[in-house]
Design a protein around this ligand. Structure first.
Ligand SMILES: [Zn+2]
Length: 257
């Protein structure tokens, strides 16, 4: 049974990865994600089914268009491998009978395209981050057993409070320094992530995102004055914490006092 589910998750993950690649290519251009069907962005020829198989097609075609030889961007292969691997990791950690497996799979489904779009274009489209926040809150409602008090305290109020705080911070920054400090996309992404983690885990995710950001800047020293894109670090920290957070907290609570 477990093996069947693992195979199912892998196949579904690879197929979803293929769809995330469409989002990564088309959402920043505000192009339709259904029309036209998969095609080469260089010569415009549409791809037959056998050139549309996740992972295998990229390898068979050696990363090039069959018709015009144009290079297919590496993110196609990376996302088609990364998505099933991350889904399998969630399955191993939570098991298919745990709601957290489905919750974090949905969160990953938004964060993977957001991560690559932010990395390539420095934007976090609201068409992804707003539905992500709504889905997270719905999971929160179910996970708090539909007890309104718990849902408000753990999920809804923290999410709205973080959004309000970041929004005011971004406004104040713009007023004082006459330029954008915190990216507009981050103002929605951070509360969207908070909706999935709930109040107890949010501080950990923020600390981890800051740590990742600092490490990145220490290794790749950037030009001063460059806009700080925090979204990638928030997305990466959220994925890491969804996979490792419980273990880290257990480790800390076993530590002798
Ligand atoms: Zn082509």
């Amino acid at each position: 049974m477990t093996i069947i589910i693992a195979v199912l998750v892998t196949v579904l993950g690879a197929a979803l990865g293929s769809f995330f690649n469409v989002l990564i290519d088309r959402v920043p251009r505000q192009a339709s994600i259904v029309k036209p069907p998969s095609h080469c962005t260089s010569c415009g020829k549409s791809l037959p089914a056998w050139q549309n198989i996740p992972i295998l097609s990229y390898i068979m075609l050696k990363g090039k268009c069959k018709f015009c030889g144009a290079k297919i961007h590496w993110h196609h292969l990376a996302v088609e491998i990364l998505t099933p691997v991350l889904f399998l990791a969630l399955l191993v950690i939570y098991g298919y009978d745990n709601l957290s497996f489905y919750k974090f799979a949905v969160m990953f489904g938004f964060l993977i395209p957001i991560f690559f779009i932010d990395a390539f274009h420095k934007i976090i489209p609201l068409v992804l981050s707003v539905p992500m926040a709504i889905a997270g809150l719905l999971f929160g409602l179910v996970q708090s057993g539909f007890r309104l008090h718990d849902f408000l305290l753990v999920y809804l109020v923290p999410t709205i409070a973080i959004f309000g705080l970041l929004y005011l911070l971004a406004l104040a920054w713009e007023k004082i320094f006459k330029k954008e400090g915190l990216g507009g996309g981050d103002v929605v992404l951070i509360p969207a992530v908070a909706a999935y983690f709930g109040i107890l885990h949010i501080p950990w995710v923020v600390i981890l995102a800051c740590l990742l950001g600092i490490i990145y800047f220490l290794i790749f020293i950037r030009k001063p004055g460059q806009v700080f894109a925090f979204g990638n670090f928030v997305a990466a920290a959220s994925i890491i914490w969804a996979l490792a957070g419980e273990s880290v907290i257990n480790l800390i609570s076993f530590y002798p006092r």
